[in-house]
Design a protein around this ligand. Structure first.
Ligand SMILES: C[S@@+](CC[C@H](N)C(=O)[O-])C[C@H]1O[C@@H](n2cnc3c(N)ncnc32)[C@H](O)[C@@H]1O
Length: 284
């Protein structure tokens, strides 16, 4: 179902040092929140983490789960800014988990595990998941009409792992218009199969259908232009490091990532993709 461990290694295990060169300093690999202001990528990423923490009603008493925790940007924020009691993260990437352990964050525990096999050590009272649902179904499974059942199974599992009254701060990319321009069709397909194999972004209506009967949607905020700006910043930082990247990881890595990020900037502009943040409350 969706991206397996080998697929995830293609997407996230190029090298931690490579991603460190062009992501923000905490290594968020998801949309930041600019809200139309001239602020840095670092500030935009902190805005995103603050908003989603609010959606998940995080407090210092929280025992939080971060599903698809990346290199630990949110776990770091929860441990050091919100000072939660405990923060657990799961990722399918060995390289990401190694980076989280290297940070030695107080109260943070990270494991390499798929959500499909995860056995939580306790019941959580706050959940966050920032752009992991894009890995739940493959393009083939989406064509076979398997998306909503797979997303519903994900929401069922998260419901099982939590205490009554839990809030869930969720963020996902959205699939909107179908590209018609010949080059866009090629590039969007190439990003889907070569950069993020095994996954496809959900449609808003699929998420809205799949949360039932487990989670009530309290709020949805879309942020298409925030993601366009985030990917623009990533490409700008990538290009500033072109010589180093070509020397250390080869021409193909630089050219592929430049093409991928350029496709994202264009894709958000042309409504092929958008972004949504959701505040969900457990139905008890
Ligand atoms: C785009 S990254 C986002 C990382 C992080 N949330 C952030 O904001 O930077 C997607 C994350 O989902 C994780 N992931 C993908 N499939 C998964 C699965 N089946 N179980 C757990 N994590 C998964 C990846 O390993 C990666 O950490």
């Amino acid at each position: 179902m969706g991206s397996n461990k080998q697929d995830i290694a293609v997407s996230y295990d190029v090298s931690n040092e490579f991603f460190r060169l062009w992501l923000d300093e905490r290594m968020n690999y998801t949309c930041g929140v600019f809200d139309g202001q001239e602020i840095s990528l670092e500030e935009a990423q902190l805005n995103k983490l603050r908003i989603l923490s609010g959606f998940a009603h995080v407090t210092p008493e929280s025992t939080l789960l971060d599903i698809g925790c990346g290199w630990g940007a949110n776990l770091e924020y929860q441990a050091l800014v919100n000072k939660v009691k405990a923060a657990h993260g799961i990722t399918l990437s060995e390289a990401q988990c190694a980076e989280i352990r290297r940070r030695k964050l107080p109260g943070v525990n990270a494991t390499v595990r798929s959500y499909l096999e995860y056995k939580p050590p306790l019941k959580f009272d706050a959940v966050m998941s920032i752009c992991m649902m894009e890995h739940i179904v493959s393009p083939q499974e989406a064509r076979e009409g398997k998306s909503i059942p797979a997303y519903r199974n994900y929401f069922r599992l998260v419901h099982e792992w939590t205490k009554p009254g839990t809030y869930f701060g969720l963020q996902t990319i959205l699939r909107n218009f179908v590209p018609r321009d010949r080059q866009d069709v090629k590039d969007v397909g190439w990003v889907t199969y070569e950069i993020f194999p095994g996954g496809i972004t959900p449609r808003l209506e699929e998420i809205v259908a799949a949360v039932n009967p487990y989670w009530e949607i309290l709020e949805i905020k879309t942020r298409r232009l925030d993601y366009q700006k985030t990917t623009w910043h990533w490409r700008d930082r990538l290009r500033r490091n072109e010589a180093k990247i070509r020397a250390e990881w080869g021409d193909k890595v630089f050219d592929d990532y430049d093409r991928y990020l350029s496709t994202c900037v264009r894709g958000f502009e042309k409504h092929y993709q958008s972004l949504a943040q959701y505040s969900l409350k457990r139905i008890d």
